[in-house]
Write a protein that binds this ligand. Structure first.
Ligand SMILES: Cc1ncc(COP(=O)(O)O)c(C=O)c1O
Length: 384
């Protein structure tokens, strides 16, 4: 039995995934396979470090020590071959707040910001809610894989000030190749466009694939801002701790200025402890997790093959699976009806991910195997 087989009691813990279903789906009797966190305990080492910190009150203001940057930097070098300098690091309670900060710090009101659809919805809202204009380029499907529309990208980069890249890509799990990333980075540089690379999913990589940080692929990284976090990798989203990495001092200054305007000063005490212990002691746990997710993926892959008209977009990364149900010809409302009312399955439907997302389903498989099997049974039932 794997450590990940243990079923945890998450109801009643203020879990967004388990306790907010009524608000989101109108009913709370669904099997929750939506919000991007995992139904697994974080590494033992993290729990231990946090318990130790818990025994060292009081919990007054805590600064992020230089050791934190060193630990993250060692992780990035070991896992992804990317050498970063401790001076390049800033911190943020989350990657979504960092997207908002980058938008505000590095563009002006009314400026245009580009992203690719389908996309994780805050890529839209953080641009629009900060009074910038959203420009979209739609990914092209080729052999059940997303490809970049290079001509459209080249055209649109001429008009925008910033490009928000999701690398690896949520919702499809696509990992962009080193060549693609280099090309994107070069194109952005040529057009004087900041490249913001959200790499929050970059540690959850399936065995056949390899993630390359955009700043590593690029010839020149001064215009690149990268976000990393232990939240997806180690299931620590509630700790609200993430990092912003920018090699250019001017860029960092602008980001810090915006953080200053918000009164943001430091991370939470437990966020710091969690982040440091995860990156310094969590590697073995992560290796086990990836094997477990591979097996969950295989269950879903086989299950979907048995459902007429449903196709899995094979992921390189992340426990979020992107399932093509367009052949079923259901409207978004009908799809919700069969998923939520008939099958009692709490998954996301594709429309909110923007153009190209219609008719897709996003399913989170980071749960004990028995729950994933139950989820597959429900998915079959939905489309019987
Ligand atoms: C691509 C991407 N960025 C950011 C986030 C959320 O980041 P945070 O919780 O640090 O704001 C998610 C969560 O699902 C995500 O998928």
């Amino acid at each position: 039995m794997s450590i990940f087989d243990t079923e945890l009691k998450r109801k009643g813990t203020y879990s967004v995934k388990w306790d907010m279903m009524k608000d989101v789906f109108g009913t709370d009797d669904l099997l929750p396979m939506w919000v991007a966190d995992m139904d697994f305990l974080p590494p033992d080492a993290v729990i231990k470090a946090m318990k130790k910190r818990m025994e060292e009150p009081p919990f007054g203001y805590t600064f992020v020590p230089p050791e934190t940057a060193r630990v993250i930097s060692a992780w990035l070098e070991k896992r992804h071959g990317w050498k970063t300098n401790a001076a390049w690091y800033l911190y943020s309670p989350g990657v979504v707040p960092s997207i908002a900060t980058a938008v505000r710090a590095l563009t002006k009101k009314g400026d245009q910001v580009l992203t690719m659809t389908p996309a994780y919805p805050p890529f839209f809202s953080m641009v629009e809610q900060n009074d910038r204009k959203l420009v979209l380029t739609q990914l092209i499907e080729r052999n059940t894989r997303y490809e970049i529309d290079w001509d459209d990208l080249a055209q649109k980069l001429k008009e925008v000030k910033m490009f928000l890249l999701c690398s690896p890509h949520n919702p499809s799990g696509r990992i962009w190749t080193e060549e693609e990333l280099k090309k994107i980075a070069d194109m952005c540089k040529q057009e004087n466009v900041y490249l913001v690379s959200d790499e929050i999913h970059s540690d959850l990589v399936y065995r056949h694939a390899k993630h390359v940080p955009a700043a590593l692929a690029a010839e020149d990284d001064a215009h690149i801002i990268t976000f990393v976090a232990p939240s997806k990798t180690f299931n620590l989203a509630g700790m609200q701790a993430s990092a912003v990495i920018a090699s250019d001092e001017e860029v960092r200054k602008k980001i810090q200025e915006d953080q200053g305007k918000q009164g943001f000063f430091t991370l939470s005490t437990f966020g710091i402890t969690a982040m440091e212990s995860a990156y310094s002691e969590g590697e073995e746990w992560l290796e086990q997790l990836i094997d477990y997710l591979e097996s969950n993926l295989e269950i879903v892959r086989k299950g979907i093959q048995e459902i007429d008209g449903l196709y899995l977009m094979e992921p390189d990364s992340t426990y979020l699976l992107w399932i093509d149900a367009r052949e079923k010809g259901l409207s978004e409302d009908d799809m919700k009806e069969v998923l939520y009312q008939k099958a009692k399955l709490g998954v996301d439907t594709g429309e909110k991910y923007g153009k190209g997302g219609e008719g897709f389903i996003r399913m989170n498989i980071a749960s004990p195997r028995a729950m994933v099997e139950e989820g597959m049974e429900r998915l079959k039932k939905a489309f019987e």
